[in-house]
Design a protein. Structure first.
Length: 532
């Protein structure tokens, strides 16, 4: 390699050359617009399940697959994204992922039957699973080490604001009889993301032949898909952890996961680079991120249930309570990224998890009379905790990963987060439902909408007693679920203490500078080669 080649590669390792420092902002703009659509869709459909059930005359368990199969497809496609990007070009595959998502959205809006809707959601999930990790990898490589915290801080606004506004937007569209538009809303956003990416992004792929890891391509989707399938079934009210489908799913997981680990460790160029866990910072930060995802996101579905089931809020009104979270996170996230750039991720992540742990404990103490204003304040504080944790942990995870391995590192992080988060949600849902033994009609479930004055005295007394028992059991289930999330938050806090940063020494390093010699000796470029 010539000196000039080395200079060029060193510049490209940070994504932007001295001649075009604006490229990093182009990448940020492209990723923010494109992935906003994918992240938004993760929650915008949740509030429409009842309307979909009525439209297609389907059972609750059948309609649940509109969400479950999307999650399955997302988890199956994510591990494949790195290989596809390396082999065919990151820009090309990223745009293809956005295109599949837009296509799936159009098909979902037009679907005349529930099976076709579920199929369209699978197409969306495949597109999202491809685009998300590649977008994150492109963002990291575009910014120099001393600006990655800020870049991910801005991206963190999207990661929190999009899912927080999803229930609001979905609730409004459903309330106004515009059910297909919960899918059609993706079309203008997705097309804009594709056009911006096609115009602004540079194509990069790994030089030379990128071999296909057939064992990984078969076993990774099988293992991750089985986990997500089993977790989805276990979280359904009419199933549980002893359901035959769940037991078969986890049995398949054990076999596929063991075979996957053996195959990937032996493969010199694996689909999932498990050797990345040999990098101390990646191993610690990835564990913090994955464990913390249960406390951060796994518990998020509990509050809307409390507001709707026990406090009589509509889906739209319950969605409004997530806005303080998005606003607070949006304000703090760039500041938290800047702080990480200066002193490292340890202090922001630990402070964030301490705040989340304290906040989660407070949520476990909710009653039927808790002030809604106080709940809004708790949600805003949770947004600050999210801003301090969510992106800083991911920046810490990939900080020391060689740039030529980033397209394999981000899918590994995403897959782990999706799996643990899905299992966490299923566990928390089981804790909640397991505490409730009383079954009453939905119109009598909350204290504000239960009008019993017109009923005969004896029937009214019976319903009031059942209602009171149901409410107390539901509160007990919420308390236990939140306390479980609190315990996980404490574990994540302890793990966060092992991240690099203040009060220890913190030095920002470009991984490419540290690994150039190793990469060259292996016959590989340290960064993906640009394509003219």
């Amino acid at each position: 390699m010539s000196a000039s080649d080395g200079t060029l590669r060193g510049q490209q390792s940070d994504g932007a050359t001295n001649q075009d420092d604006s490229y990093k902002w182009k990448v940020l703009a492209s990723v923010v617009v494109g992935l906003f659509m994918v992240i938004l869709d993760a929650t915008v459909v949740n509030v429409a399940l009842r309307s979909l059930q009525e439209k297609y005359t389907a059972s609750t368990s059948d309609v649940q697959w509109v969400i479950s199969l999307y999650t399955l497809a997302l988890g199956i496609a994510t591990p494949l994204s790195g290989f596809l990007g390396d082999r065919f070009g990151t820009k090309r595959i990223y745009i293809m992922g956005l295109g599949l998502f837009v296509l799936g959205s159009a098909l979902a809006g037009l679907a005349p039957s529930l099976p076709l809707l579920i199929t369209a959601r699978a197409v969306q999930g495949i597109g999202g699973g491809i685009a998300l990790p590649l977008g994150s990898a492109m963002l990291f490589t575009a910014f120099p080490p001393n600006q990655r915290g800020v870049a991910y801080g801005v991206f963190g606004i999207v990661l929190v604001f999009a899912p927080a506004t999803g229930p609001l937007l979905g609730g409004w569209l459903v309330d106004h009889g515009q059910l297909p538009w919960i899918f059609f809303i993706n079309l203008p956003i997705g097309i804009a993301g594709i056009l911006i990416a096609a115009r602004l992004l540079r194509e990069r792929r790994r030089p030379g032949h990128v071999p296909a890891d057939l064992a990984g391509i078969i076993l990774a989707p099988l293992a991750f898909g089985s986990i997500l399938f089993a977790a989805s079934i276990a979280g359904q009210p009419d199933a549980g952890w002893t359901d035959t489908r769940v037991l078969i799913g986890f049995a398949l997981v054990l076999v596929a996961l063991a075979a996957l680990i053996i195959a990937e460790v032996r493969n010199p160029d694996p689909l999932l680079d498990l050797r990345l866990f040999g990098i101390r910072s990646f191993a610690i930060a990835a564990t913090v991120s994955v464990v913390g995802s249960v406390a951060l996101f796994g518990a998020e579905f509990l509050l809307p249930l409390y507001l709707q089931v026990l406090r009589g809020q509509t889906a739209f009104e319950a969605g409004l309570f997530l806005l303080p979270l998005a606003i607070a996170s949006g304000i703090v996230s760039p500041l938290a990224g800047r702080l990480t750039d200066r002193i490292g991720p340890r202090l922001p992540v630990v402070l964030g998890f301490l705040l989340v742990a304290f906040n989660t404990y407070q949520l476990s103490q909710l009653t039927l009379d808790t002030s809604l204003t106080f709940i809004a304040i708790l949600v805003a504080l949770r947004g600050i905790g999210l801003a301090l944790v969510i992106q800083n942990a991911q920046v810490a995870a990939v900080a020391d990963v060689p740039v030529n391995r980033l397209t394999r590192a981000t899918p590994l992080l995403s897959s782990g987060g999706q799996i643990i988060q899905s299992i966490g949600v299923a566990v928390l849902a089981t804790i909640l439902s397991g505490a409730v033994t009383v079954r009453i009609p939905p119109q009598f479930a909350n204290q504000t909408s239960a009008d019993l004055s017109q009923l005969p005295p004896q029937l009214r007394a019976t319903i009031e007693a059942a209602l009171h028992q149901f409410q107390q059991q539901y509160l007990t289930g919420l308390e236990h679920a939140y306390l479980a999330a609190f315990a996980i938050s404490v574990v994540a806090t302890i793990l966060g203490c092992f991240l690099p940063g203040w009060p220890g020494k913190f030095q920002r390093r470009a991984p490419s500078a540290r690994t150039t010699a190793t990469a060259e000796s292996a016959g590989q470029s340290d960064v993906p080669a640009p394509i003219a």
